[in-house]
Design a protein around this ligand. Structure first.
Ligand code: PLP
Length: 405
């Protein structure tokens, strides 16, 4: 394929270059998953966006600017920390990829920097974003302030009430907060409100926060998060002289997980494990889409989705707002079906236990989302004497007041 050659040639020129997902060249299809399931007015916008993204990632100026802000503004590379106490406790050698140390406290900023630079390149006067727990809202407001573009953040009213600190941060950063009381007034309703606004305001740029939605978003978000795994792969080789036996991440929409997994997909000896927000551990109170959902179209993409008895998309439940979404990335649906990655359901209680355990064992308070990955690793690696990397997607400052300790 011509594009393959181009990617190889580019990799030779620029060591910082990030591999481009082949799905970019097939209208965002990962096997049968992905694609663009949207009304006609959005279709032309998305095709334009896909074209602009493609030209941006082949432009060394764009890539260099992206890397420049990741280094100087976000604080990359994030460390790969050998968690000695955790390793002793579990009986396997564990490294933590410290995305919690990024500016604004999670992996989300990697993607927002990439998309805001694309928005500016396309001449956007305004960006819009959805947010659940407020993490993506904060990251987008931050990136928008950085480049001086106006920002509107859509949030469900229920979420805005229970995440008041992030609401204050979003406003302090100069963004406008728009709350919605549609539906359950949570994340999927915020997405619907943002899409509605986008349809009637064609000049705004929709800055999506996870690896979900129609093409080209899953490819773009995967690309901008790929830096996580690229660094981790190099760091573990430097520290241990070999690749890990297994890698772990939590999955909401799937962006931090694909960020880590992407660089290891071809290393078939490396096992890949993901933790979904299991909620109570069974239907209907769950957000574990790949464990309890079925294939279907939801919010613009063909992937898995949680449905009710009538087969209609239903509400999800997880203690972690960042995992509380009834859809999932089409690339993860593909990795599940091909067997390359394994998706497990971790309950609220298991995540809370891991949240406390890591805080006391290592002096690191993890996000309740990331705690799902810690719990899964503890389960699968107990006394196995393996080498593993866990993606610590964010810090737990936002969770300390929730009485989980
Ligand atoms: C948003 C969020 C997640 C879940 O989103 P993904 O797109 O699946 O990564 C996980 N961890 C943290 C800390 C988050 O803020």
């Amino acid at each position: 394929m011509k594009e393959n050659k181009q990617i190889e040639a580019m990799a030779d020129i620029n060591p910082d270059v990030i591999e481009i997902d082949q799905a970019l060249f097939s209208d965002g299809m990962y096997g049968k998953f992905g694609g663009m399931y949207v009304p006609p007015p959005l279709e032309s916008k998305l095709h334009k966006l896909a074209g602009e993204f493609k030209s941006a990632v082949y432009d060394p100026g764009f890539r260099n600017e992206f890397i420049y802000y990741l280094k100087t503004f976000v604080g990359r590379p994030s460390p790969l920390f050998y968690a000695r106490n955790l390793s002793q406790r579990i009986g396997s050698k564990i490294y933590l990829k410290r995305e919690d140390l990024n500016h604004t406290g999670a992996h989300k900023i990697n993607n927002t920097i990439g998309q805001i630079l694309l928005a500016r390149r396309m001449g956007a006067k305004e960006v819009i974003a959805e947010t659940g727990a407020g993490q993506h809202g904060v990251a987008t407001a931050t990136a928008a302030a950085l480049v001086g573009i106006k920002c509107k953040v859509f949030m469900g009213k229920v979420d805005a009430e229970r995440q008041s600190v992030n609401v204050s941060r979003i406003k302090l950063l100069g963004a406008e907060l728009i709350t919605t009381d549609m539906g359950t007034a949570t994340l999927k309703d915020a997405v619907n409100a943002a899409i509605e606004y986008w349809v009637v305001n064609p000049d705004s740029f929709y800055l999506l926060g996870s690896q979900v939605g129609p093409h080209p978003y899953p490819v773009m978000v995967g690309y901008f998060q790929h830096i996580v795994g690229k660094e981790a792969r190099q760091q573990i080789l430097e520290a241990e002289g070999r690749l890990p036996d297994s890698i772990f991440a939590c999955v909401g929409g799937g962006s931090n997980a694909i960020g880590l997994f992407g660089a290891f997909l071809k290393d078939t000896d490396v096992e890949i494990h993901a933790a979904e927000g299991g909620g109570s551990g069974s239907k209907p109170k769950t957000a574990a889409t790949l464990n309890f959902g079925v294939p279907g179209v939801f919010q613009g993409t063909y992937s898995y989705c949680l449905v009710d008895g009538q087969g209609q998309p239903t509400d999800s439940w997880s203690i972690a707002a960042g995992l509380d979404y009834p859809g999932i990335s089409p690339q993860h649906a593909y990795l599940k079906e091909t067997g390359r990655a394994h998706y497990h359901s971790i309950t609220d209680q298991e995540a809370i236990d891991a949240f406390r355990m890591l805080s006391r064992t290592e002096g690191i308070i993890p996000a309740i989302e990331s705690s799902h990955a810690i719990s899964l690793a503890e389960k699968l690696l107990k006394d196995k004497n393996k080498l593993a990397v866990i993606n610590l997607s964010g810090r737990g400052d936002k969770d300390v007041e929730r009485d989980l300790a």
